[in-house]
Design a protein around this ligand. Structure first.
Ligand code: ATP
Ligand code: MG
Length: 631
C-alpha cells in the first residue's frame, strides 16, 4: 500500500487514535477526554472534555517562537494600502478589538455579525470574537440590504461590526446606508454597531447605537484580554452557504474539532510550514476565507495575505507581484479567477519571480481541463483541485500533498481525504455503487470528521432532514453532488443532483455537456441547463461566452459557431446530448462566489420566476438571457 492509502485507512479503521494524534497539532488548555462521540447520530461530537481557543492557537501560541515575523499581510489594490502585522502586533490589535467588543456588551455565546470589506479590522474582529467566545457570523460585504437583513434576522447579533465602504474596481460601495436599511428591515435589532471609518464614504452615525472603531479603540489601546477557554463543542461561528441551489443554510461550527481539522489540513493537504506565506484570494465572507485566509494559515504559524481588489487591477500581474514580494509558498484560488486571468496577456505571468510557489490549490467549482492546463503550463507548479463545501469546512476530495505527492488528474479533484468515508450511492435505491465509473450521489458516512458542521444554526431538524434523510433508508450525509470514481479511486464531480436533465429518457449531467462544449477553442465559459420540452421531456440549452468575439459580428457567424459546437458535442457525447440551442452572451449569471446559477437560468428559460437571487453577482447577466429568449 502507498503512504496515503495507509494514512487514509487508519483515519477510518483506527479513528480515535488517528485523530488523537492530529489533536496534538494544537494547544489545549485541558486535553480532551474522548475523541469521537457518535452516540447520537448524525450529531458527531469531537474532543469532548477538551478546552481550547482558536485565537490562542492562531496568535498567542506563536509569540514564543515568531513574535516578530509577519502574521497578517494586508494589501488593497483599491486604496493602495499595504501593511504587515507581525504576530506581536496582531496579538495587540486583536486584544484591543476584544476589549472593544466587551465594552459594547458582547459576552461568550453572543453573536457578532461582521459585514466588512477585506480590511485587517475584519480579521481582528473575527479573532477577537474567537478570543472571548463570541460567535461570529460573517456576511459577505457584497450583499445588499435584503440579504443582509435576512441574515441579521437569523443570527440575532448583539453587535454588528462594519465599515463605511468597500471598493471594487475603483468604485466605492458605501456599506453604512445598506446596513442601516438592513437593520430597519430586520425585526431583530442589534444593541450596538461598531463602524470602521476608512474615509471612503460619509456615514451618518446613530447616537447611542453606533460607535467608531478609532475612537473606541483609542480608549482600549494596550488592552490585555486573555483568551476564554472554550469547550471543544462550543460554537465558533456560523456562516451561510452560497445559495446556489436554494435558500442559504446557516452552517454552525465547533471550536476544538475545527482547530484540529485546520491544523491537520495545513500539514497534510497544503503542506505549508511555519514562517512561510500563504495567499488565498477568496473573501472572508466565504468558508475559504474563514478556513484559509484567517484561521488555517495562522494556526500553522504562516503569514497570510488578505487582499482587497481584483486579480486584474492595476494589471493582471498584481497577484504574481505579491507572490514574488512576500515569497508565497502556497496559494489558493478559484477556477473562475483563473478564467479571468486567462483572458489577459499571459506575459504578466512571466514578469515575476514565482520560484517560491510550491502549489496552487483551486476550489469552489469544477476545474475544466482547458483552464487547468493553461494555468498549469503557465505557472509550472502543481495545480491542486480540491472539492469541498461550506458544510465541511475543509477539503473532502483532493490529493494530500503533505502525505504523499500523488499525481493529479485533470477533471478530478482527487481522492477522499482522511476522516471522510466517502461513498457513491444510487439516488433512489440507496444501494452502494462500488464499480469503476458508476455514477451516484456523493455521500459521507458518519461520523463526519472534525471541522465538519455541527448542525444548522438553531435548526437541528433542518440539519437532519436536509442533509441526512435524502437517500431512502440510509442515514448518510448527502453532498447533493453527482460523482463517479475511476479504477484508481479518483473521484469526478459531475454536477449538482438537481442539475440532471432527462432528454427523451436519457439522463445527462449538465456538467458533462459543459465539459464537451468548453473544450471548443472559442469557448471561454458555458452554462448548460435542462429546459422543459413538450416532445422530449427536457432539452439542453447552452449559454456560451465566446473567447474571441471579433469574428462574431453577425447572425451568420453566430450560427456557424453554434453549429460547430453542436457538431463537437455530437462527436464527443452523442447526438442525445446535443443542446437544442447554443446562445451567446457576454457574461453568465453567477453567485458572488463565482458559481453558476443554473437554477435561475433554467427558471428564466422556462418562463418562471428566477427565485431567490440574493447571492447573484450581476443581475444584468440574467437579463441578457431573458432578452435573448424574448427575441
Ligand atoms: P447552496 O448549498 O446554498 O446551494 P453552494 O452549494 O454553492 O450553495 P458552497 O458550500 O459554497 O455553496 O459550495 C459547495 C459546492 O460547490 C459543492 O457542493 C460543489 O457542487 C461545488 N464545488 C466546490 N468545489 C468543487 C470542485 N473542486 N469541483 C467541483 N465542484 C465543486
Ligand atoms: Mg451546497
Amino acid at each position: 500500500m502507498t503512504a496515503y492509502a495507509d494514512f487514509y485507512r487508519r483515519s477510518l479503521d483506527d479513528r480515535d487514535a488517528f485523530w488523537a494524534e492530529q489533536a496534538r497539532l494544537i494547544d489545549w488548555q485541558t486535553p480532551p477526554q474522548a475523541v469521537c462521540d457518535w452516540s447520537q447520530p448524525p450529531f458527531a461530537r469531537w474532543f469532548s472534555g477538551g478546552t481550547t481557543n482558536l485565537c490562542h492557537n492562531a496568535v498567542d501560541r506563536h509569540l514564543k517562537d515568531r513574535a516578530d515575523q509577519p502574521a497578517l499581510i494586508y494589501v488593497s489594490s483599491e486604496t493602495g494600502e499595504e501593511k504587515v502585522y507581525t504576530f506581536r502586533e496582531l496579538h495587540s490589535e486583536v486584544q484591543r478589538a476584544a476589549a472593544m467588543l466587551k465594552a459594547l456588551g458582547v459576552r461568550k455565546g453572543d453573536r457578532v455579525l461582521v459585514y466588512m470589506p477585506m480590511i485587517a479590522e475584519a480579521a481582528f474582529t473575527m479573532l477577537a470574537c474567537a478570543r472571548i467566545g463570541a460567535v461570529h457570523s460573517v456576511v459577505f460585504g457584497g450583499f445588499a440590504s435584503v440579504s443582509l437583513a435576512s441574515r441579521i434576522e437569523d443570527a440575532q447579533p448583539r453587535l454588528i461590526v462594519s465599515a463605511d465602504a468597500g471598493s471594487r474596481a475603483g468604485k466605492v460601495l458605501a456599506y453604512k446606508p445598506l446596513l442601516d436599511e438592513a437593520i430597519r428591515l430586520s425585526s431583530h435589532k442589534p444593541e450596538a454597531v461598531l463602524m470602521v471609518n476608512r474615509g471612503l464614504a460619509p456615514m451618518t452615525m446613530q447616537p447611542g447605537r453606533d460607535h467608531g472603531w478609532t475612537g473606541l479603540g483609542e480608549q482600549h489601546r494596550g488592552a490585555q484580554v486573555p483568551c476564554e477557554w472554550l469547550d471543544a463543542g462550543d460554537i465558533s461561528y456560523t456562516i451561510y452557504t452560497s445559495g446556489t441551489t436554494g435558500r442559504p443554510k446557516g452552517v454552525q461550527r465547533d471550536t476544538g474539532g475545527y482547530a484540529v481539522a485546520l491544523a491537520a489540513s495545513m500539514k497534510h493537504i497544503f503542506a505549508g510550514n511555519a514562517g512561510e506565506t500563504y495567499f488565498s484570494t477568496s473573501d472572508i465572507g466565504w468558508v475559504v476565507g474563514h478556513s484559509y485566509i484567517v484561521y488555517g494559515p495562522l494556526i500553522a504559524g504562516m503569514a497570510t495575505i488578505m487582499y482587497e481588489g481584483l486579480p486584474i487591477r492595476p494589471d493582471a500581474g498584481i497577484w504574481w507581484s505579491l507572490v514574488e514580494k512576500y515569497k508565497v509558498t502556497v496559494m489558493f484560488s478559484a477556477p473562475t479567477a483563473v478564467r479571468v486571468l486567462r483572458k489577459q496577456d499571459p506575459a504578466f505571468l512571466k514578469k515575476y519571480d514565482l520560484s517560491s510557489l510550491r502549489a496552487l490549490f483551486l476550489a469552489g467549482e469544477p476545474l475544466d481541463e482547458p483552464t487547468g492546463r493553461w494555468i498549469s503550463d503557465s505557472l509550472g507548479v502543481p495545480i491542486i483541485d480540491n472539492y469541498w463545501q461550506t458544510e465541511s469546512g475543509w477539503p473532502i476530495l483532493t490529493v494530500a500533498n503533505g502525505v504523499e505527492k500523488m499525481p493529479s488528474k485533470f477533471g478530478s479533484p482527487g481522492v477522499p481525504m482522511y476522516g471522510y468515508n466517502v461513498k457513491l450511492l444510487h439516488e433512489s435505491t440507496g444501494e452502494e455503487l462500488t464499480g469503476a465509473n458508476e455514477k451516484g450521489v456523493v455521500v459521507i458516512e458518519g461520523p463526519t470528521p472534525p471541522g465538519f458542521m455541527q448542525t444548522v444554526w438553531r435548526d437541528d431538524e433542518r440539519f437532519v432532514n436536509t442533509y441526512w434523510k435524502s437517500i431512502p433508508g440510509k442515514l448518510v450525509y448527502s453532498t447533493f453532488d453527482w460523482g463517479i470514481r475511476d479504477e484508481d479511486g479518483y473521484f469526478y464531480i459531475l454536477g449538482r443532483t438537481d442539475d440532471v436533465i432527462n432528454v427523451a429518457g436519457h439522463r445527462l449531467g449538465t456538467r458533462e455537456i459543459e465539459e464537451s462544449i468548453s473544450s471548443h477553442p472559442n469557448v471561454a465559459e458555458v452554462a448548460v441547463v435542462g429546459v422543459a420540452d413538450a416532445l422530449k421531456g427536457q432539452v439542453a440549452m447552452a449559454f456560451v461566452v465566446a473567447r474571441d468575439t471579433t469574428a462574431l459580428t453577425d447572425d451568420a457567424a453566430l450560427l456557424r459557431l453554434e453549429g460547430d459546437i453542436m457538431k463537437q458535442v455530437d462527436g464527443q457525447l452523442g447526438a442525445v446530448a446535443r443542446p437544442a440551442r447554443v446562445r451567446f452572451v457576454s457574461a453568465l449569471p453567477k453567485t458572488r462566489s463565482g458559481k453558476l446559477l443554473r437554477r435561475a437560468i433554467q427558471a428564466v428559460c422556462e418562463g418562471r420566476d428566477a427565485g431567490d437571487l440574493t447571492t447573484i453577482e450581476d443581475p444584468s447577466a440574467l437579463q441578457q438571457i431573458r432578452d435573448l429568449l424574448a427575441k
